[in-house]
Design a protein. Structure first.
Lengths: 402, 109
């Protein structure tokens, strides 16, 4: 079994449009949450979200290419471009022929679909834009990256709601680990800030009308976000042979299904995925120092996740530094697993635990160390990133410092 | 479509100067993200790098611009800018089927 490392990071989200900005935001506890722009939100019960402001797709693709894909796929190309440049990879015909791209997305190009339906249903227009179908497809990001670099190996997209890109990274890990390919681009992207999607989230009554405060007793819901994170993933041997400097190692992947409820999480299912990730990594719970929590900021998730951490880590749970970075960048749905894995990797590589911002008061049912409000210097060898999706689908990734 | 926009031009002798032609060239340029000076009545789709999906996107924009409906069979035969100008002119003048353009939403009722 081959060792697998991350050699490049690409990230674009509300509190960072590249890895340097994102790292600084994580260290400083900088929020990217603002009033939502570009969608009619006056009648919504929530007004804020984590949007990427000032995004210019022309930095990453021609305007013609940008026209052919939805915003979520533009984010995917942007993050992949950053990651590829960061990795220093030099493309050869063989590498293009064998490399993989695995992306995650929860809603795909639904903003495009919304616009088409709005045009015909509401505006009475006789036709929708011809690109509505290809812009809506959830694999739009993966395909656009493939086109940009001429990658002709295995390219596909995983849709498991809020675990999508964690499953995508896990899949990329398994493919490189097994020797199926030497190089992969894995991650996820999402752009859910359009009226129809926002109304649907409003209807679930899980979005905070004020501020997202994960694990805090006065928490009242999640905050939606948009963006992407892509990582270049390759075998350690391949990376060293080309003189690349690995950023971190992906050592474990665990997944499970709750088989419990379509939306209510189960601590048992989450704990199982954590245990499986640790087993896959061949490490004991005591070796883990940092957990990037799923930490949505809803009443139910944060209690259930805390219980799952107790179950999986036992007495070591209280020694973990745990944070939800969602309070800063929002819940980016299908991009969340990759974005938060990136946060965990940066925490490992730079020796700190990002904070859970907006934390006000302890909740007896959330009784662990959530790194409230301020980042903390710490030195640890292993970190995990939790993703627990609607539908009860859990994915946990484990990373090791290099 | 107001008649004064297409002052009496026969359907198959598009002049580079007339307004309908200029509007078609502009739509093609905008859709292809090109400068309008790059698109002429003589341009072939090959020269402009227009593939079949681009063609469908341009037809969509032309349908909206001229309030026409281009039938599927017509779309398949278009190969050049001149084909597009001539095709639009026929539809605008009512010399081809498919000109009615009716939506089904509240705003159309």
């Amino acid at each position: 079994m081959r060792r697998v490392v991350i050699t490049g990071i690409g990230v674009i989200c509300a509190n960072g449009r590249n890895k340097t900005e994102f790292l600084n935001a994580l260290k400083n506890g900088t929020s990217g949450i603002t009033r939502i722009e570009g969608a009619e939100i006056d009648d919504l019960r929530f007004q804020c979200g984590g949007q990427v402001h000032g995004f210019d797709p022309a930095e990453y693709m021609s305007l013609k290419e940008a026209d052919m894909v939805d915003r979520f796929a533009q984010f995917a190309v942007a993050a992949a471009t950053q990651a590829v440049e960061d990795s220093g990879i030099e493309w050869t015909d063989e590498l293009r022929d064998t490399s993989a791209i695995v992306t995650g997305s929860c809603v795909g190009g639904q903003a495009t679909e919304n616009q088409g339906f709005y045009d015909v249903y509401k505006m009475g227009k006789p036709r929708v834009h011809p690109m509505t179908i290809p812009k809506t497809m959830a694999n739009g990001g993966a395909s656009a990256i493939s086109l940009k670099y001429g990658i002709t190996g295995p390219v596909f997209t995983i849709a498991t709601a809020c675990s999508s890109s964690a499953h995508a990274l896990g899949q990329a890990l398994m493919m490189v680990r097994s020797g199926m390919c030497d190089f992969a681009i894995g991650g996820g992207s999402e752009a859910p800030m359009s009226y129809g999607i926002l109304k649907a989230w409003e209807a679930m009554r899980v979005v905070s009308p004020t501020v997202c405060r994960p694990f805090s007793k006065d928490r009242n819901g999640m905050m939606l976000g948009e963006g992407a994170a892509m990582l270049t993933i390759e075998s350690l041997d391949h990376a060293l042979a080309r003189g690349a400097k690995p950023i971190a190692e992906i050592v474990g992947f665990g997944m499970s299904s709750d088989a419990h409820h379509i939306t209510q999480p189960s601590a048992e299912g989450a704990a199982k995925a954590i245990r499986l990730a640790l087993n896959d990594a061949g490490i004991s719970p005591e070796q883990v120092g940092y957990v990037n929590a799923h930490g949505t900021g809803t009443t139910v998730n944060d209690v259930t996740e805390t219980r799952a951490l107790h179950m999986a880590f036992g007495s070591h749970a209280s020694k973990l530094a745990i944070s939800s970075t969602k309070a800063m960048h929002g819940h980016t749905l299908g991009a969340a697993g990759a974005l938060e894995s990136t946060a965990a990797i940066m925490a490992l590589a730079h020796g700190f635990a990002p904070p859970t911002i907006h934390y006000n008061e302890p909740d007896p049912e959330c009784d662990l160390d959530y790194v409230p409000n301020c980042a903390r210097k710490c030195d640890f060898e292993y970190a995990i990133s939790n993703s627990f999706a609607f539908g009860g689908l859990n994915a946990v990734l484990a990373f090791r410092r290099i | 479509m107001p008649d004064e926009m297409i002052p009496g031009a026969p359907a198959t002798t598009a002049s580079p100067e007339d307004d309908l032609t200029r509007r078609v060239l502009r739509i093609i340029a905008e859709t292809q993200r090109k400068d309008v000076s790059q698109v002429t009545i003589e341009s072939s789709f090959e020269e402009l790098g227009i593939d079949s999906m681009d063609g469908v996107n341009i037809v969509f924009a032309l349908e909206n611009e001229f309030n026409i409906n281009v039938p599927d069979e017509e779309v398949k035969t278009i190969r050049s800018v001149r084909d597009m100008v001539d095709g639009v002119r026929k539809l605008v003048l009512g010399e081809a089927p498919g000109t009615a353009s009716v939506g089904h939403g509240p705003a159309a009722s």
